[in-house]
Write a protein that binds this ligand. Sequence first.
Ligand code: PEP
Length: 254
Amino acid sequence: MTRKFFVGGNWKCNGTPNEVKKIVTVLNEAEVPSEDVVEVVVSPPFVFLHMVKSLLRSDFQVAAQNCWVRKGGAFTGEISAEMLINLGIPWVILGHSERRLILNESNEFVGDKVAYTLSQGLKVIACVGETLEQRESGSTLAVVAAQTQSIADKVFNWDNIVLAYEPVWAIGTGKVATPAQAQEVHFELRKWLHDNVGAAIASSTRIIYGGSVNGANCKELAAQPDVDGFLVGGASLKPEFIDIIKSATVKKNA
Ligand code: PEP
């Protein structure tokens, strides 16, 4: 089963209109492998979604960084899945560790969000990952399995889900997982999907890695058999994001 390489850029809470235009210009002018080889999705803050969507090249897509758990209404400060659909935004990042840990989003809440968002026709980058304490106590797989179980409890069609394994200790720290560490968890997570969700879903679902990926470390990570791409934070705001997109060719030549 071939899984198309996927590179997401999570811009987080960064950018002025001018900075955003500059990033889009770099992306638009870049020579990257074709859409058959790599799927590229960038995720600006909500306020720039419309601008980025209208300026960005058509072979790249746009994701929101979050959305509300159900239909919109009296939920001050929230953005609904329906609004994103109306704006023509195809993807949403859900369950990012910054939301799980800082905003106390529980596994169940993330699972509900994933289910509702998919039901509205959006595609989801669903993030899972352990803290340093959890890794050091040997519970990495139990943690990512519980996070994935909360999604599996509510979702039956995985076609529009990309799973992002993002160890919390590697996010924004410059401390990247080694290729072997990433491969080990991706392999175990795929095995967990196989045993608990189904063989076909395990072999077709893309599991991407996130955590201090940059232009220098991406190729070695991309070469791992169960690493199907990346979710990139800091480096997605820089020109080296193009090198990360190009690392998709490592897979093609494998
Ligand atoms: C992220 O926030 O999803 C992420 C992976 O960040 P960074 O690449 O900066 O570690």
